[in-house]
Write a protein that binds this ligand. Sequence first.
Ligand SMILES: C[S@@+](CC[C@H](N)C(=O)[O-])C[C@H]1O[C@@H](n2cnc3c(N)ncnc32)[C@H](O)[C@@H]1O
Length: 219
Amino acid sequence: MERPCAKLHNSEMTQQELDGLRDILTTRQRPGRHLEIGTAAGGTLCEMMRAATHRPPFVVIDTMNYFANQREIVEQNITSHGLPLEQVEFRVMRSWEAFQDSIQTRESFDFILIDGTHKFRYVMQDLHWAGLLNPNGILALHDYTPRLRSVKWAADYFLANNRNYHRLELAGSLLFLEKTAPDGPDGPNLLPDPVASLMHPLFQFENSVRKRLGMETTA
Ligand SMILES: C[S@@+](CC[C@H](N)C(=O)[O-])C[C@H]1O[C@@H](n2cnc3c(N)ncnc32)[C@H](O)[C@@H]1O
């Protein structure tokens, strides 16, 4: 099935979510790198670039196989909005691989949007990026909804175990957290990967049952 955004070049977020994103980016303009994990057609990326009028550098991490010619479509989308392509650095790879590179170079970010794969184990892995977020930076997580318990559970676990992240706002299913203080010396407290791997099939099973029963899911 073709993804509508492949043709329409639009964001996969709702208007309420985009409004929340715009508010955060316009009211808290920070100069450091802004990261989007999972860009689809780049619709949300364009909205973020427009909102961040101070022109911070953007990094996009995506495997670019969501639909045919994804990279070209994202680039066209940026230029057709009159936005500068050179403001965006593309890293075409899995987010976990990109994280290994970023941690080596001690990269840091002022804003991180996690919206890649929504499968439990991978959401848990993507939360490692929080360790590269500067204090006072914003961590945004898309699809935080009871309809997608993999993301909700991962985010709730993260919040319960990392008191230096404060829940700012929920716009639709887009959750905004602020990092109020540095993490401990070992980074954020995260569920160990072997435990996340064991739990992963439970969330997959629930999601497939919901789909079979015609119940709404977002993934
Ligand atoms: C839900 S879409 C992103 C929607 C986009 N943020 C928006 O608001 O329009 C998920 C994206 O994540 C990418 N993706 C999936 N798994 C990934 C992974 N492990 N690493 C990097 N990107 C991934 C897909 O190629 C796809 O472009």
